[in-house]
Design a binder for this molecule. Sequence first.
Ligand code: NAD
Ligand code: TYD
Length: 347
Amino acid sequence: MKLLITGGAGFIGSHVVRLFVNKYPGYEIINLDKLTYAGNLENLKDVEDASNYRFVKGDISDLDFINKLFEKEKFNGVIHLAAESHVDRSITNPLDFVETNVIGTVNLLNAYKAYCDLSTGRFYHISTDEVYGELGDEGKFTESTPYHPNSPYSASKASSDHFVRAYGTTYNLPYVISNCSNNYGSHQFPEKLIPLFIHNIKTRKPLPVYGKGENIRDWLWVNDHARAIDVIYHNGRNGETYNIGGNNEWKNIDLIHLLCSQMDQKLNRPEGTSEQLITYVKDRAGHDFRYAIDSSKLMAELGWEPSVTFEEGLSKTIDWYLENKEWLDHVTSGEYQNYYNEQYVLR
Ligand code: NAD
Ligand code: TYD
């Protein structure tokens, strides 16, 4: 099995690459990543020398590059995670999201159709529950909830989901899609809520809470998402969508209180110290109120379930950031590019 994983140097992608490289020594795994600000080869230090793993630097929105790569490599399957992934950046820079998330995905689909052996693998698009829009106080997203994206980010992911499904129908491509809720865990770029707040608490900076902090998200430990991706890639049914969630809804402000309390304990600061950093700021434009996801299809069909409670997962996550000071320093200073040059350019 020659498997292309796109976006493998990012947060979720690096967990997926690690899981596949370690679990499937007989696979040839190629990680294609542009190394944007969110991509970091330091995330993969522990697998970079594995004999079943290779890294290729490239941009999925570069049609010529993608066609040449697919023509040369003849992949059996694709797990597509590369994306612009941050809602706030999509509000200020929507075109970047169209280029990577929409055009990049269509480039991959065309190349997959033209050059891959469709009988041995599949095209797996990793997507988000944000395509379904927002919920009120009740209910959960299911696989049949109509799409209603509200941010440029979710609109671009909805569009790419539609292209994947349309290529499946029109050209008979084997595909599968999963839509997952908010992930948290190690190696997440400190722009998203949890790593940003861990970093700010550590450095005693304000914690910017959007609006009143009453928005609700479902949180899933990234390693559990990676396990879900493994079972769906191997055992999911072609042409199906699977929702993935933690059954773990938190109002932002309650999550922030829990995070502050765990951080105070771990940093040996008096209880209540971190809470003083909470600062209410102007709300995000178009801020979705609530996401909640029904994963019963995935659980019933493929036997997957989350492996940790939120308290455990959050505690492990904080520990990782506190133990990996250099990682955090590098991603916040842009220093990690030097690592790439040393490893691959000057070699
Ligand atoms: P991330 O921003 O941490 O990583 C994205 C990776 O894609 C980076 O390594 C980046 O360098 C790479 N990339 C970006 N543009 C590229 C391009 N044009 N060509 C090649 N590589 C490019 O994102 P993440 O949080 O790991 O998310 C991965 C995927 O999972 C995305 O598709 C995202 O929409 C989806 N998703 C994320 C979450 C979440 O909570 N983070 C939840 C559900 C789904
Ligand atoms: P985020 O981690 O950006 O994920 P998403 O927008 O994809 O759900 O944000 C999670 C929640 O936290 C969301 O309701 C916005 C809120 N938030 C803040 O209140 N302050 C912040 O600085 C950030 C980044 C997010």
